[in-house]
Design a protein around this ligand. Structure first.
Ligand SMILES: Nc1nc2c(c(=O)[nH]1)N[C@H]1C(S)=C(S)[C@@H](COP(=O)(O)O)O[C@H]1N2
Ligand SMILES: [Mo]
Length: 254
């Protein structure tokens, strides 16, 4: 709990210390002081959280009237390239989400299938390292359900979310979480925000909600789900686009 306050205070302090209201994770992420701040204690943080905190504890949930009037859009708001435009025009009728890797039964889901599966709805607060938060109501299928169906192998440790938005360095956005967060009851692949199907700005047609982690872990435009024993070999090996390119800590949990 005090870790939460301390780290939030640190993050906010870093944003202020860097001067100006930085617009975008990008600029903040490339700030030298911010980078070294993130690196400080990453290992310590993950190890400590694992040791001291019950990582199955639930994130706070809110009342409908506590929702933000508008849930801000951040980072990529419209993936570039023809593929996404085509899927969007077709209401994502042909969007497929394969669950592959260290699993006994690889499979691929259509959006219709995912929306027909048992869903969880939760009103939670999203915290971005830029220093803004928003409360929104998310509906989606628990990731655990997909993993149970796929049958994760004994070696599986991480889940990699491959996204559909190309980044400036040529890779696509990607993120990863460990199996503990993956099977957490509030970890869902959301297809609706505030009772409406997701819009492109917030990650249509499918985005991760891993509620005890910071904003950049909440992968939008989820295109493929890969189960792996180790993160080495996934792009730069640090488990995420921001982790690889700007030194963000991989474990961004509270
Ligand atoms: N695919 C993808 N996922 C992403 C991003 C992105 O640029 N691309 N930005 C991240 C960041 S930094 C934040 S704060 C949230 C923003 O989600 P929102 O646009 O729904 O507010 O998405 C995260 N997931
Ligand atoms: Mo963010």
């Amino acid at each position: 709990m005090s870790g939460l306050i301390t780290r939030r205070a640190l993050v906010t302090g870093a944003a202020l210390g860097a001067g100006a209201l930085l617009s975008g994770c990008d600029r903040l992420g490339r700030d030298q002081r911010f980078q070294s701040l993130l690196k400080t204690g990453e290992r310590g943080n993950y190890a400590l959280q694992r040791l001291l905190q019950d990582r199955t504890a639930l994130a706070e949930e809110f009342r409908p009237d506590q929702r933000s009037p508008v849930f801000r859009m951040n980072g990529v708001r419209m993936p570039g390239g023809e593929d996404y435009a085509r899927h969007l025009a077709a209401d994502f009728a042909d969007w497929r989400v394969p669950v592959v890797g260290a699993v006994a039964h690889p499979q691929a889901y259509s959006m219709a299938q995912l929306r027909a599966m048992p869903a969880r709805t939760q009103i939670t607060r999203h915290d971005c390292v830029e220093g803004w938060s928003a409360i929104g109501k998310w509906t989606g299928v628990p990731l655990k359900l997909l993993l149970d169906r796929a049958g994760v192998s004994a070696q599986a440790r991480f889940i990699v979310l491959h996204c559909a938005d190309p980044q400036s360095n040529g890779t696509m956005y990607y993120e990863s979480i460990d199996l503990i967060d993956a099977v957490h009851p509030q970890t869902i692949l959301a297809w609706a925000l505030n009772d409406a199907l997701l819009q492109p700005g917030n990650g249509a047609p499918l985005r991760l909600r891993v509620e005890r982690q910071l904003g950049y872990k909440q992968a939008k435009y989820v295109q493929r789900i890969e189960v792996v024993p180790i993160l080495a070999g996934i792009y730069g090996g640090h488990g995420g686009y921001w982790e690889d390119t700007a030194g963000y800590e991989w474990y961004a949990g509270f």
